[in-house]
Design a protein around this ligand. Structure first.
Ligand SMILES: *Cc1c(COP(=O)(O)O)cnc(C)c1O
Length: 441
């Protein structure tokens, strides 16, 4: 999340001289020394660790230290890093040219596989990032309904387009306000924000504004405020409310797509959205994302229809084969059962270690995603996530980094397990966490 955090005082005790030198050099040319803000360690303090290699479940810093990785490049690395079959597919495709700016069969191959996993959807458009996917879906929803407003949920992240960089206005005001300078207030006003897991709030907002709401966007399993599963009935209610008011229901499955199970959360929860955003896993670690839906909606996108959207590198052959090879592995019998089992083992083990030491810790897991929060009570929305002890998370993060475990550098981020992780990695992580928790202040 883009949530600004206090200045934490915690830093690693391990010295990483090459990382420090890398960061100092990067500060001279890259904005803040990074190309995406969370990498700067703002939420946990200390100096970002620079990486020079990643392989399977592990990642290596420029000082030569290896870590067991639970970030997985923020979700795409579901097979672990540099899976030999994906590397081979990418190498072969690269030899034939990086990008054609013309149709190629790799696009249709990946399209057919993705659509076969998402019943009810019959068209796809590939783009290059999740941000682009969410931004394009909003345009399509507005065009298809002839309405302007959208509803999103506090603590859900849909990329950094203007319409989505919005927070709830104060008090009774339902209009959104920009949460970044540079976002046009008129654009922000068209976005309304409700608390996650609170269908009644959506119902009330719709009763007042329903005839102007184009779409309700939701992460069906929230993964950008830790990991917050939907409560029973929440997604079902959203479906009902949208149908009642003629608004479109959009599942942002950029994170959950092919991560929580084959297809996405819609396959397991049984609630079908009108439109779906995908990203992360579908590009296999290369820049690819997509939006999908029924032909009746998707054929309104150009060139089939009038809703404009385009991309120079969209559907480029390298990203398409990386996604295709990755999904072919995910499709194998038992893949998600094993991945979900490993992730659950980690969540349960961490919770037990914490309980044994009197540390209040909440853990959740859905498929290959996990979340932890230092909190007395379960996290059900963004206020709960904010009230968790983020200073303690920062301390825990550094204690784990020093023990060789690479966790997300913010308590607002989900953890990702890959199929390259084994029970031994999980069990060593739980042991290290137990020892790290002994040292927490
Ligand atoms: C990561 C993410 C995005 C944005 O994707 P980018 O590729 O980083 O632009 C959008 N929605 C969700 C749910 C995400 O997790």
């Amino acid at each position: 999340m883009t949530e600004s955090t206090r200045e934490p005082s915690t830093t690693s005790t391990t010295s990483r001289p090459r990382s420090e030198a890398s960061h100092r050099r990067a500060l001279g040319s890259l904005v803040g020394g990074v190309n995406s803000p969370v990498r700067a360690f703002g939420a946990v303090g200390g100096i970002p660790v620079a990486v020079d290699r990643a392989e399977g479940p592990r990642i290596r810093d420029v000082d030569g230290n290896w870590y067991v990785d639970y970030v997985g490049s923020w979700g795409p690395a579901i097979l672990g890093h540099a899976h030999p079959d994906v590397v081979a597919a990418v190498r072969a495709a690269a030899g034939d040219g990086f990008t054609f700016g013309a149709p190629c069969d790799h696009e249709t191959d990946l399209a057919e596989l993705i659509l076969s996993a998402l019943p009810g959807n019959d068209r796809i458009r590939f783009v290059s990032s999740g941000t682009e996917s969410c931004m394009s879906v909003i345009r399509l929803a507005r065009a298809a309904t002839g309405r302007e407003r959208v509803i999103k949920f506090a603590g859900n992240y849909h990329g950094h387009s203007d319409a989505m960089l919005v927070e709830a206005g104060s008090g009774a005001v339902t209009h959104g306000v920009p949460n970044s300078p540079g976002v046009v207030p008129d654009v922000a006003r068209a976005t309304m924000t409700c608390p996650f897991n609170d269908a009644d709030s959506v119902r009330r907002t719709m009763e007042r504004n329903g005839d102007s709401v184009a779409a309700v966007l939701v992460e069906p399993v929230a993964g950008n405020m830790g990991l917050v599963p939907p409560e029973p009935g929440f997604l079902e209610s959203l479906r009902e409310i949208c149908d009642e008011h003629g608004s479109l229901l959009v599942f942002d499955e950029v994170m959950t797509g092919f991560r929580v199970g084959w297809g996405g959360h819609q396959r397991t929860c049984g609630v079908l959205p009108d439109l779906t955003c995908l990203g992360k896993v579908v590009g296999g670690g290369l820049p690819a994302a997509a939006y999908v839906g029924p032909a009746s909606l998707m054929d309104q996108v150009s060139p089939a229809g009038p809703v404009y959207q385009a991309g120079t590198l969209s559907g480029n052959p390298i990203a398409m084969v990386a996604g295709l090879e990755t999904l072919r592995h995910c499709e194998r019998e038992g893949f998600y059962e094993r991945l979900g089992g490993l992730t659950r083992r980690l969540a349960v083990g961490l919770r037990k270690s914490a309980m044994d030491r009197g540390v209040p810790l909440q853990t959740t897991s859905v498929g290959g995603m996990m979340g932890i929060a230092f909190s007395e009570r379960p996290i059900r929305d963004f206020d709960d996530a904010r009230n968790a002890d983020h200073e303690r998370y920062a301390e825990f993060f550094h204690a784990m980094l020093d023990r060789g475990f690479w966790l997300p550098p913010s308590g607002y981020e989900a953890w990702f397990v890959s199929s390259a992780h084994g029970e031994d990695h999980i069990d060593r992580t739980i042991e290290a966490a137990a020892s790290a928790m002994e040292d927490l202040s």
